[in-house]
Design a protein around this ligand. Structure first.
Ligand code: F6P
Length: 366
């Protein structure tokens, strides 16, 4: 580490949490501590960077956290320094640019570099902070798996595990009661979780944002199954799925977030339409934050550890403004700009979709 004179490294976790964050924190901190660097945890993501919340991390702080869900540092998806919510004297929220405070804290704390673990929102912020002169390395996290320039983000596999298990459980009760069971999963504007869990769980219909559906196509599929003696159906719907020509279903608008839209509710709409337009009994399960909680899978623990160790190496080499990424089986690094250039959506002709169609899964579009 001395070769680059990077002595003081900050770590932060930004945006929504997911399993594997602690595994990355552990990997970055242990690698850096073994090089005699001093490691700091910035608390509550970028909010802590603005507000000046930091603590030193020693070996004891990062020991025993590999399998722990969440983040020991805390996180926030309302702390974008360039879109920072503050209350005015009347109690109204106004959005201001607080990036200067981040720069001040970075200098005041004497940091040489920051490893920021987060999704696309975090990487956008990292890119802007790089331009202000902060030495930053990104680590791609999100259950949504929607970051470009990496084959996979950590957290996705753990979310898939939870969603697949939920579909397995719905299968048995769906078949006992001859019902149409709808499960709504997260993923924002990308259908990776719905596609992966739907495929792994053998859903009969998978609805994703990248393939707008028609109500008729869904009714046809569930009716066909009934006619063929399959008296139940499982529909896995991504929170960002929408009917052809229709709108996203938004649960809440929260101006404190950079992307103000909180998605959710399409599952209930699908359940309501099927039960009113067919004579089939439906039930809806919203999986929600269960997908983000709990221990990371072995795949995510390994990926997170490799990402964290490589992020520390980049810091040592003075390669800033870059994000670690998975390319096939190798950990590489890419400019952060490349990771935010576009969102990684499901290509409608990808192998997973073709395989699902081949085994009779409907995407509500035929
Ligand atoms: O980006 C991760 C994610 O879980 C999305 O899948 C979901 O739309 C969103 O975060 C939920 O955010 P919150 O935790 O603020 O409800």
């Amino acid at each position: 580490m001395a070769k680059n004179e990077v002595r003081r490294i900050g770590i932060l976790t930004g945006g929504g949490d997911c399993p594997g964050l602690n595994a990355v924190i552990r990997a970055v901190a242990k690698s850096a501590l073994s090089e005699d660097a001093t490691v700091f945890g910035i608390e509550d993501g970028f909010e802590g960077f603005v507000e000046g919340k930091i603590r030193e991390l020693g070996n004891n702080d990062v020991s025993g956290i590999l399998s722990l869900g969440g983040t020991i540092l805390g996180s926030s998806n309302k702390g974008d320094p360039f879109h920072y919510p503050v209350k005015d004297k009347d109690g109204n929220i106004k959005i201001i640019d607080e990036s200067e405070r981040v720069l001040r804290n970075y200098k005041r704390w004497g940091l040489d570099a920051v490893v920021a673990i987060g999704g696309d929102g975090t990487m956008h912020i990292c890119d802007q902070l790089s331009q202000l002169g902060i030495n930053i390395v990104g680590v791609p996290k999100t259950i949504d798996n929607d970051l470009a320039a990496t084959d996979v983000t950590f957290g996705y596999d753990s979310a898939l595990y939870v969603a697949t298990e939920a579909i397995d459980r719905l299968h048995t009760t769906a078949s006992s009661h001859h019902r149409v069971m709808i499960i709504e999963v997260m993923g924002r504007y990308a259908g990776w979780i719905a596609l992966g869990a739907g495929l792994a769980g053998g859903a009969d219909i998978i609805l994703i944002p990248e393939i707008p559906f028609t109500w008729e196509s869904i009714y046809k599929k569930v009716r066909e199954r009934s006619l063929h003696g399959k008296r139940f159906s499982i529909i896995c719907v991504a929170e960002g799925a929408k009917p052809k020509g229709g709108e996203l279903v938004v649960k809440e608008i929260d101006v404190k977030r950079t992307d103000a839209k909180r998605l959710g509710g399409i599952g209930d709409l699908v359940g309501h339409k099927i039960s009113t337009d067919t004579d089939l009994e439906t039930r809806v399960t919203i999986l929600g934050h269960l997908q983000r909680g709990g221990s990371p899978t072995p795949f995510d623990r390994i990926l997170a550890t490799k990402y964290g160790a490589h992020a520390c190496e980049l810091v040592v080499q003075g390669k800033f403004g870059r994000m670690v990424a998975l390319n096939g089986t190798k950990i590489v690094s890419v400019p952060i700009k490349k990771a935010i250039a576009e969102q990684r959506l499901v290509p409608p002709d990808c192998q997973e979709i073709l395989a699902a169609r081949a085994v009779g899964t409907s995407f509500g579009d035929e």
